[in-house]
Design a protein. Sequence first.
Length: 572
Amino acid sequence: MSHFKWWQKAVFYQIYPRSFADGNGDGIGDIKGMTEKLGYLKDLGVDALWLSPHFPSPMFDCGYDISNYEDVAPEYGTLDDFRIFLDSAHAHGMHVILDLVLNHTSDEHRWFLESKSSRDNPKADWYVWVDTPPNNWQSCFDGPAWTFAPERGQYYYHYFMKQQPDLNWHNPEVRKAMWNAARFWLEMGVDGFRLDAIGTIFEDPKLTPHTVPMDLAGLRHFSDIAKTPEERALVEQYWMDMFKYQLGQPGIHELMKELRSVLDEYDGDRMLVGEDDDVTYQGNGEDELSLVFNFPLMRTDQLSPECVRKNQQERIAALAKVSPEAWACNTLGNHDCARVFSRYSASRSGGDAFQDTKLARLNLAVVLTLRGTPFLYNGEEIGMTDYLIPDQARLRDTMATWYYERLVNELKVEPSQAALRAAAMSRDKNRTPLQWRNAPNGGFCPAEVTPWLPVNPNYAEGINVQDQEMDPTSLLTFYRRLLRVRKATPALVEGDYRPVHETSQEVLAFLRSTSDQKVLVTLNFSENQISLDFSDLGVKSARVIYSSTAQVTTDYPQLILNPFEIWIAKLS
Ligand code: NOJ
């Protein structure tokens, strides 16, 4: 029997609750909607669900500002609705993990309300308080990182918005309270957590000022207008320097160990995945996080064979230093970044729009065939694209509305220009409601209801679930098929990774092998037919288990790959 844990074998699917499915027709996604769509998710072939925050929140950061860790946002439903969802997901054979935001709470959380009420209340030391701002630190969302609370006559620290005060994790009472919140959900049966922004939990104890000669709005503006390579390099340097004393500070490992031991009180291999790419947070492979994301793969400008190979070489080497058991986790998109279909599309760089769907298939093939746990983001299975919301009044990402105000009022940018820039940097563009049908509002909510974010009108052009379910050539059909191929092929899940044809610019080729099975994956990223010779592998025959161009017989070890072909075969 395989010794791999469920979360190593699973394909995860991220649900953004506000946009996924609206069960009560009020224009906001909810738990009833999610429960109704479990059959869809099961058919898709995913094994585990990660829910972005579903807790009560004043929604200054779309749920990442939590005002009660042990309840459900009323617009999403009730705790009972959640229990029904969890039990049905389990009954469908799917695991569920929640988003745990450790660094900060909402400023409307009762802990903060009490903490700010005086300097000597029982929770006075639960957040980070100072008499005067000790440095020029910025919040990564909205200007200075220190905000005045008149009730105490002091300033509090926030890495994110001022509505998201940082907890003081040096205080053992904070740890105790948050671990109890985690236990609340673990008792109920959730299978683990995605840990938000763990790198931001501790700050430089010396409070060293940053050295960037501008503030956050200035740096965003400079990033938008920088043109020359020198300016671009400076932008990158400034982003690193601006936050370097507020990120990745000592203390995180100890904290992760503590949380790990909380999860270990429960059976069922509960798991933790950190929103970070530092593999050292996987501890010795057992005592900290189960996984961290391979963000360098997600952040590459262009997914090419060369960059995937380089990424794999670096990640595999880094993981090996952690422990022989340390496991990878690959993703190409989430609720914080441009949609994968828009990011890697050919049409974006002046190419052929027809190629976009082929590239979308290659993208999925990369995450499903590399070694590691794949995370998919809701909507990518139908090729949802970024939607630049034209009316700035309809933006909900406060990071973008804040920037719009600064552009117009401080930097004197013309409002229509500012609106374009705000829409482009906003994360709303990749959080629009899921497009279920070719119907008003994409079938997400009734025609007469205004959804919380506008629906991308391209639902009428075939980018919707219902049309694609009926089309054997659709992206959705392809997702289902490739997910099944992965599940039926142990080497694609458990096998090691060995690159072949390592200098090819066009083709990403690698072997995935277990002691019982050897699988060759070849992904042609070019628009040309490519011939490759695999005689060096010393294996005589290949049985095709998937070809995107329906090539079933080949002259293996000679292979002619069609343009953009995905070709996967068992070798023997
Ligand atoms: C990371 C989350 O993914 C993002 O959406 C959020 O705004 C910040 N952390 C703050 O919680």
